[in-house]
Design a binder for this molecule. Structure first.
Ligand code: IFM
Length: 824
């Protein structure tokens, strides 16, 4: 019987990947090849094969199952058992047997036995030789379809960015066209004026005779990090591309089309026309492109062209090299290309797919009952996983490498929003993000000094060298000058950086980082606050003239968020100094100073006041103006908003999210009830945090509304700003809302606390991540929670006691009482 081979369609070609263990797999041997045991054995073997392939990034839609006896074999279901295996739901089933018992409708009958199998394999090998464009598993749970509307072109380019943290390519089409702005960016490579330097674009192709882009489809496959494009017209254009996550400098594009439709001719160019391109064609046909002779980035690429009778194929492999401090040696790119060409497209793609499968093994999100939110959550995780490298340093700008907005500058978005998610799904990348801050400590110390302070003052916006690159003004709609105050006053970033270092160590268990290289991120920032806090005659510490996260109220006194984060920073800094003899005195001073800091708590109202005088402002609510997200300063005017209680984004309530031990127990619910109706969510950073807080406060259905707002900021371009790049902080916040909000996860020392609150619309939520070196999966349903772990772990569910959980894990019922008020 043929039927024990599983054939994958890697690269659009089938090949037998492994002879499976016998389909019938029980102690009684082949004679028991019928009845329920046989069915279980077949299903287990099929599942084994499907899992084995999935770990290589080859999932159902890429698999061809070839066999016989798909109908009933000897009275028992035959190979049709394969059809019942979920993992193979999108596989193509082909019968080469005689099928006396008839065939299930989903099986294609070919017949022809082994001879036909050999022919099938030969066809697939021919595909490989002709370098045909490989397939993508168009699983709706994992692919994001892109729009063809011209007006959405730049939005789609941002959505379909492919990156590996070190470099990224926006999803622009290969040929020029309305709205197309191709862009290739390299992490940490900034121009002299502090904006991300567009590197040479290497994807340009000569595509002819395209009548309309409307007849084509484009999909971003989140599972394997490839972008597929198919045209249903006479060009039969088909392209696929990826930026390798397995080989840092490797990129590839394959395109096929009817003869005359595509040509290798290309005019690569930087995405900014004012930057001159230096191009060189080497003797072997390799193109070397640089943006200027002393450019810090070079890209080498080379085409292989296959001209068949009815189809032409262009395969392009590309390699980049960069040197942030000076001109790059272009030879380096050429050498890398040689190495990449040696591996070849097929192997690069196979390694890339397998590397993505490995990434997802510690990052997958599943939401049963809400497939749209699930896809949005996977989209967010995909871009978070693509945002930072896991070696060296990672400068994660507000839009990552997905667009030019905010010039690629690094804000607190990286520390407070992106890093916690990355620490859980790819800890080494979070460490690289902290390395970016560590290497800029000297610049932060210098900035403190420059502003007459001690310690380290991280700038609101930084780029390559860590100096303050925050613009001081923008031009308004009437070209008037609008001053930007954030650079001078949004000082909370100093504590945010310290918090990120501490959070990373708490979540990952990397204590050596905090007591070693990371210590100064907390200590030097604490020292900054020690100099910055003013002690009044009343013995209270104040921070005058700072700006909180809510940028509608620009320069205020005693912003609760800034003060409480500074208090936390002083205390944590003191903890880390404790024990160092010469510094113990300083630690005591910091603790004493922290205790004096005004935090805005108003016991008569049971609320924190956002800043001194906030409660006296006009008590305007967002609902009186427009539904969120609302750009209140544009709708009402900056002055009116500044005089009102409407806030741009979650501010004081962020304390409950980041430092719950620093706020009055039980103050979460009243805080949400007061601040949420006043929050415009005019910043993309905001709604996910509200969702997280609402879930923790026992309002998961209301939380879901805000979760969805955050989830579709980019996918639906809710703020009209996605063309400039994706909102990475919203994506990080989204992950936090899932983990900290709906699942109620928290690191309590070595213990993982879990306290789920699911919205009614979700039947289950499960997250995979890494906690303290263990790969875990937490799955919550309305009545139970289960935890899988790769190694022993302490788990506390609701208000229960911590209990040891070893592999394979535990399942516990959720009793309402044990969750009540567990972490408000
Ligand atoms: O850091 C944010 C800020 O909180 C609100 N304005 C946009 C910045 C970059 O995303």
């Amino acid at each position: 019987m043929i039927g024990e081979e599983v054939v994958d369609l890697l690269d659009g070609e089938a090949r037998v990947v492994e002879r499976l263990p016998p389909l019938v797999h029980n102690a009684d041997g082949p004679s028991a090849a019928s009845g329920p045991l046989a069915r279980q054995g077949q299903a287990a073997a099929a599942r084994f094969a499907a899992d084995w392939l999935a770990a290589l990034g080859v999932t159902g839609g890429l698999v061809l199952v070839v066999g016989g006896d798909f109908g009933n074999a000897g009275g028992a279901p035959g190979a049709s058992t394969y059809l019942m295996v979920d993992e193979l739901a999108r596989a193509v089933f082909v019968s080469l047997g005689t099928e006396q018992a008839g065939l299930p409708p989903s099986v294609v009958k070919l017949g022809g036995g082994q001879t036909r199998l050999v022919e099938l394999l030969e066809e697939q090998l021919a595909h490989r030789e002709q370098r045909r464009v490989p397939s993508v598993d168009l699983d709706p749970a994992w692919v994001v379809p892109l729009s063809n509307a011209h007006s959405h072109e730049r939005v789609c380019e941002a959505l379909a960015t492919l990156g590996n943290g070190a470099a990224a390519l926006r999803g622009a089409r290969e040929e020029d066209g309305p709205g197309t702005v191709p862009m290739f960016l390299v992490n940490g490579i900034y121009a002299a004026d502090g904006h991300l330097l567009p590197a040479p674009v290497w994807t340009d192709l000569d595509v002819r005779n395209r009548r309309s882009r409307r007849v084509e489809h484009r999909w971003l496959d989140l599972r394997t990090g490839v972008l597929l494009r198919l045209a249903n017209d006479e060009t039969a254009l088909r392209t696929v591309r990826f930026v390798s996550v397995a080989a840092r400098h490797a990129m590839a594009l394959r395109a096929e089309g009817s003869p005359g439709a595509i040509g290798p001719g290309h005019t690569p160019g930087p995405s900014a026309p004012e930057i001159p391109l230096v191009e060189q064609t080497l003797g072997d046909g390799t193109d070397l492109a640089r943006t200027g002779t002393d450019a810090p980035v070079a890209v080498a690429f080379r085409d292989e062209v296959v001209e068949g009778e009815d189809r032409h194929v262009v395969e392009r492999l590309a390699a980049w090299a960069a040197c942030p401090d000076g001109p790059v040696d272009p030879e380096q790119a050429d050498e890398r290309l040689t190495e990449i060409r040696h591996r070849g497209f097929d192997r690069l793609l196979a390694e890339h797919r397998a590397a993505w499968a490995k990434r997802w093994a510690d990052a997958e999100v599943t939401i049963e009952g809400d497939r749209r939110s699930e896809l949005a959550a996977r989209f967010a995780v995909f871009h978070l996983l693509s945002a930072a490298t896991d070696t060296g340093e990672a400068a994660v700008g507000a839009r990552g490498l997905t667009g030019e907005a905010y010039n690629g500058h690094v804000f607190w978005d990286a520390d407070v929003f992106v890093l916690p998610a990355v620490a859980a799904i790819r800890p080494s990348a979070a460490r690289a993000m902290l390395e970016y801050r560590l290497r800029r400590l000297p610049a932060a110390r210098a900035l403190a000094r420059q502003r007459g302070q001690i310690g380290a003052r991280f700038p609101w916006e930084s780029a390559g060298d860590g100096t303050d690159v925050t613009p001081r003004f923008v031009r308004g709609r009437q070209h008037q000058i609008v001053p930007i105050t954030t650079g001078l006053h949004e000082e909370h970033i100093v504590a945010d950086v310290a918090w990120a270092a501490d959070h990373y160590a708490r979540w990952t268990g990397d204590a050596a980082f905090l007591h070693g290289p990371g210590r100064d991120l907390v200590v030097e920032t604490a020292r900054y606050w020690a100099g910055r806090v003013r002690l009044n005659r009343d013995g209270r510490g104040h921070i005058y003239g700072a700006e909180g996260p809510d940028e509608y109220h620009e320069v205020v006194d005693d912003n609760a968020y800034t003060n409480v984060m500074a208090r936390w920073n002083l205390r944590r800094g003191a903890d880390l100094l404790a024990g160092s003899e010469d510094l113990d005195g300083e630690a005591d001073e910091w603790r004493a100073l922290a205790d004096t800091l005004v935090d805005g708590w108003d016991p008569s109202r049971g609320l924190y006041e956002q800043f001194a005088g906030y409660f006296d402002l006009e008590p305007l609510l967002v609902a009186q103006v427009a539904p969120p997200p609302m750009v209140a300063d544009v709708l009402l005017g900056a002055r009116r908003v500044a005089g009102s209680q409407i806030i741009k984004q979650v501010d004081t309530m962020l304390l409950h999210h980041l430092v719950p031990n620093e706020v009055i127990p039980g103050s979460l619910e009243a805080g949400i009830a007061f601040y949420e109706p006043r929050t415009a969510h005019g910043s993309s950073l905001s709604p996910a945090i509200s969702a997280s807080l609402l879930a923790r406060a026992g309002q998961p259905d209301r939380a879901l509304e805000l979760f969805r707002l955050a989830a579709f900021i980019d996918l639906d371009d809710l703020t009209g700003t996605t063309a400039g790049g994706l909102h990475l902080a919203a994506m990080g916040g989204l992950w936090q809302a899932l983990a900290w909000g709906f699942l109620g996860m928290a690191a309590e020392g070595d213990t993982l606390a879990i306290c789920p609150r699911l919205p009614a619309a979700w039947s289950s939520l499960s997250l995979r991540c890494v906690f303290r070196g263990r790969s875990i999966r937490v799955r919550a349903q309305h009545d139970r929670v289960s935890v899988d772990c790769s190694d022993d772990l302490l788990v506390r569910i609701g208000q229960g006691r911590p209990r040891r959980c070893g592999p394979p894990g535990l399942t516990a019922p959720l009793e309402e009482l044990s969750l009540e008020g567990a972490r408000s």
